[in-house]
Design a protein around this ligand. Structure first.
Ligand code: WT7
Length: 652
C-alpha cells in the first residue's frame, strides 16, 4: 500500500511568526518546544502529571498512564473527577466568574451572552431537569440540536450527571439517527422543533420522529422550541424543554466519575460497515483538550475565540465546548450559514465581537475565496491574531489567501491534523514557534510520538510517503468503539499489533526538518468538505434502493469540497437510466444519510471495471470522475469495452 503513496511536494515558502506574536506567546522558542516535547515523550508521567496538578480532582490518580491493558489506555488511573467542575466551577472562584463564557449569535440575529456564573447556573438547571426525567450516570443521551445555547448546555448537563452524550450533527437524516440511537441504546433524545439555515427553517423534530417512531428504545424526547416549525408531540414520550427546565437555579452537585468512565460517544465512518461509536473517557480527554487549546491557540484570558465547527463533529466537542471552557475562554458560537443574510456574515461576526482567534475548515476558506475579497474588505477584522484550519488538507492557494486576506500576512496559521479518534490535535504548528509552510501540518504536539512507516512498521526515509502511526498512548485517545472492543482492536491496532502502533488511516511524508505533510486517507474513507464518509457505507446505501443492482463509490478532487462523491451504478433489469433517475438516487442517499452525503455525480454503467479476480479498479473510476483520461496499466481489466463506454459517456 505504501508504494502507492505518491509524493509531490514543491512548496518551499516558509512563514515565521512575527516578533510581536512571539513576545506574548505561551511558548516562545524552538528550544522551549524541543525541551517540552522531549520530556513529554521520555517522561510522560512527569509531563502530564505536572499539568494535571492544576485541575480540580475529587481524588488524585494512582498512576498517570497505565498501559497494562493496551490498547485500552488508563490515563490518570484511579482518579475521580467531574469534567464540568473543571469547565465551570473552578472558574467561579476567580475573576472569570463574571467573564463572558459564551457569546451566542442566532442566524436571524438574536443573541445571548452568558458569563461563567450564568452558564454554570444553566448547566446545573439542565442537569436537574435530566435527573428529574430519570437519567442516571452511565445512561446514553442522544442530542440532535441546531447550534443553539441549549446544545452546549445539554452536553455539559450530561457530563455533570455522568450520562454519556451522543451528539448527532443536525445534517444527518432519520436513518442515521435510528442507527445511532439503537447502537447506543439511548432512551433519551434532546432535539428542537427546528433550526435556522440560510434564512429558512429546518424541521428537526420531524426527522427525529421518523427515526424514533420506529423503535421503542426512546422513552423521552425533550424538545427545544427554536424555530416555530410545525411538529407533532407524542404524549407520554415528548415534552418541551421549557415545560420541565427549572425556573430557579440550583447548585447541582457534579457526579463523581472515574477517570476512565466514558464521557461521550461520537459516531464516525470507518472503511467498513456501519458508523462506529468512538468512545472517549473523562480524565485523559480533559487534560488533552485543555493542553492543546492552551498552547496551539495560545489561549489567554483576553481572547475572544471562535471555532466555526458544529458541536455535532469532534472539532465542536473538543474546540468549541470542552477545550476552551477548560481554559476559561470567551467562546463565540454562531448558529447559521456563512452566507446569510449576505456573504460577509462571518466577517461581520468577527468585527462585532472582536474575535481574536478564528478556527475553521479549508472547505469554508475555499468558498470565501470564491465569493470574493470585497466581502472581507467591508469589515474591520484587525482584532484577529491567530488563525487555524482543520478537517482536511488545505491547498497552498487557500492557505495563502487565508494568510493574506484574513490574517493580514501577520497572524500565524495553525494547520491542525487530528481525528475523531484522537480526541485532540496531534500534528500542528505552535504559533509562536513554528515557521509554517502552506499545506503542511508540520510537527507533533507534546506527547505525540508520530512516525511514518512502511508495511512492516519500519520508519521510511525522509521524503518517502508511508503510513502515519502513533507509537505511544496520548491522553485524549479513544478508549473503545462503543460495545465492540474487538472492532476497536481490529480497526486501529491490528495492523501493527506486534509493535503496538495506532494506525491513523492517513498517508503522510516527513521532510528533513521533521515537518509532516498529510497526504490523505489510505482506506476507503473520503473527506467531503471536511466530513468523513465511507465509500462502503454509500455503496450499501445505494444497493438498498430497488433499482440498483450494483454500485461503486469513489471520491474525486473537487475545487470547493476537497473531495466530491461519484457513484457508478448498474441498474436492475427493467429500470430506466435517465437524468431523473440520477436525481432520485441522489435524493435517496441524502434521505438515508444526510444532505452532505449527496453524490455530485451518478454514472450509469453496464459493468464496473474489475480485475479478473473481481476487484473493482477504483483508480480508474476516480479518473473518469475527475474528467481525466484513463492512464496506466489496464491489462488486468476484465471488460475493457464496458469501461471504454463508461468513460466515453462520462465525458459528454
Ligand atoms: C480525517 C479525520 C479532526 C477534526 C475533523 C475531522 C483528515 C483532518 C487534517 C489536516 C489533512 C486532515 C484526515 C483524518 N484531516 N485534519 N489538518 N490536514 N487532513 O475529523 O472526521 O475524524 O476525520 O480528516 O484524513 O484522518 P474526522
Amino acid at each position: 500500500m505504501s508504494n502507492d503513496i505518491e509524493v509531490t511536494m514543491q512548496e518551499d515558502r516558509l512563514f515565521e511568526p512575527t516578533f510581536e506574536f512571539i513576545e506574548q506567546a505561551h511558548i516562545k522558542s524552538k528550544g522551549q518546544y524541543d525541551a517540552m516535547y522531549m520530556e513529554s515523550i521520555r517522561s510522560p508521567e512527569k509531563f502530564w502529571g505536572d499539568i494535571a496538578e492544576d485541575f480540580t480532582w475529587k481524588k488524585k490518580w494512582d498512576q498517570v498512564i497505565n498501559w497494562d491493558d493496551a490498547p485500552v489506555a488508563k490515563w490518570f488511573d484511579g482518579a475521580e473527577l467531574n469534567i464540568t467542575e473543571n469547565c465551570l466551577d473552578r472558574h467561579l472562584e476567580t475573576e472569570r466568574r463574571t467573564k463572558k463564557a459564551l457569546i451566542w449569535e442566532g442566524e436571524p440575529g438574536d443573541t445571548l451572552e452568558l458569563t461563567y456564573e450564568q452558564l454554570h447556573d444553566r448547566v446545573c438547571r439542565a442537569a436537574a431537569m435530566l435527573r428529574e426525567q430519570g437519567v442516571k450516570k452511565g445512561d446514553r443521551v442522544t442530542i440532535y440540536l441546531p447550534m443553539v445555547p441549549e446544545l452546549m448546555i445539554s452536553v455539559l448537563a450530561c457530563a455533570r450527571i455522568g450520562a454519556i452524550h451522543s451528539v448527532i450533527f443536525g445534517g444527518f437524516s432519520s436513518g442515521a439517527i435510528l442507527d445511532r440511537v439503537k447502537d447506543a441504546e439511548s432512551a433519551v433524545v434532546i432535539t428542537a422543533d427546528g433550526g435556522w439555515r440560510r434564512g429558512k427553517t429546518l424541521g428537526l423534530k420531524k426527522i427525529v420522529d421518523d427515526a424514533i417512531n420506529q423503535t421503542d428504545i426512546v422513552k423521552t424526547c425533550i424538545v427545544v422550541q427554536r424555530a416555530e416549525v410545525d411538529h407533532e408531540m407524542k404524549s407520554g414520550r415528548d415534552i418541551y424543554w421549557n415545560d420541565i427546565y427549572p425556573a430557579e437555579g440550583t447548585a447541582f452537585e457534579a457526579e463523581t466519575m472515574k477517570s476512565q468512565d466514558p464521557l461521550f460517544l461520537l459516531y464516525t465512518s470507518g472503511s467498513t460497515g456501519k458508523p462506529k461509536g468512538v468512545q472517549h473517557s473523562t480524565a485523559g480527554y480533559m487534560v488533552g483538550t485543555h493542553t492543546t487549546t492552551k498552547y496551539i491557540f495560545d489561549m489567554k484570558d483576553s481572547d475572544v475565540y471562535w471555532c466555526t465547527a458544529d458541536v455535532g463533529w469532534i472539532t465542536g466537542h473538543s474546540y468549541l465546548v470542552y477545550g476552551p471552557l477548560l481554559n476559561g475562554a470567551t467562546i463565540v458560537m454562531y448558529e447559521g450559514a456563512p452566507n446569510f443574510p449576505d456573504f460577509d456574515r462571518f466577517w461581520d461576526v468577527i468585527e462585532k465581537h472582536k474575535v481574536t482567534i478564528f478556527y475553521t475548515a479549508p472547505t469554508a476558506i475555499r468558498a470565501f475565496m470564491k465569493w470574493g475579497n470585497e466581502h472581507v474588505e467591508k469589515h474591520d477584522i484587525s482584532s484577529l491574531r491567530l488563525l487555524g484550519t482543520v478537517g482536511e488538507p488545505i491547498n497552498p492557494e487557500a492557505w495563502m489567501w487565508y494568510h493574506e486576506k484574513i490574517g493580514a500576512s501577520r497572524c500565524p496559521i495553525v494547520d491542525t491534523w487530528w481525528q475523531t479518534e484522537t480526541g485532540a490535535i496531534m500534528i500542528t504548528p505552535l504559533p509562536g514557534v513554528t515557521s509554517t509552510r502552506p499545506g503542511c501540518a508540520t510537527t507533533p504536539f507534546f506527547g505525540v510520538d508520530a512516525a511514518i512507516v512502511d508495511e512492516k512498521g519500519n520508519e521510511v526515509p525522509d521524503g518517502k510517503g508511508g503510513l502515519l502511526v502513533i507509537r505511544k498512548p496520548w491522553p485524549s485517545m479513544l478508549t473503545n468503539i462503543w460495545g465492540d472492543l474487538d472492532r476497536f482492536k481490529e480497526v486501529y491496532w491490528s495492523r501493527f499489533a506486534e509493535q503496538g502502533y495506532y494506525l491513523a488511516g492517513d498517508g503522510a511524508v516527513k521532510d528533513k526538518n521533521g515537518y509532516i505533510t498529510i497526504l490523505g486517507r489510505i482506506d476507503d474513507v473520503i473527506n467531503v468538505s471536511g466530513h468523513r464518509l465511507s465509500t462502503m457505507e454509500l455503496e450499501s446505501c445505494l444497493v438498498a434502493h430497488p433499482s440498483v443492482a450494483e454500485a461503486a463509490v469513489v471520491g474525486f478532487e473537487h475545487d470547493l469540497k476537497g473531495e466530491g462523491i461519484a457513484a457508478y451504478v448498474i441498474v436492475n433489469n427493467g429500470f430506466t437510466q435517465s437524468e431523473d433517475d440520477k436525481v432520485i438516487l441522489k435524493k435517496f442517499i441524502a434521505g438515508e444519510i444526510g444532505a452532505f452525503a449527496r453524490p455530485d455525480q451518478i454514472h450509469f454503467a453496464d459493468a464496473l471495471p474489475k480485475t479478473r479476480s473481481g476487484k473493482i479498479m477504483r483508480r480508474v473510476l476516480k479518473e473518469i470522475a475527475a474528467g481525466r483520461d484513463i492512464e496506466g496499466d489496464l491489462s488486468t481489466i476484465e471488460d475493457i469495452a464496458a469501461l471504454k463506454k463508461l468513460a466515453a459517456s462520462a465525458k459528454v
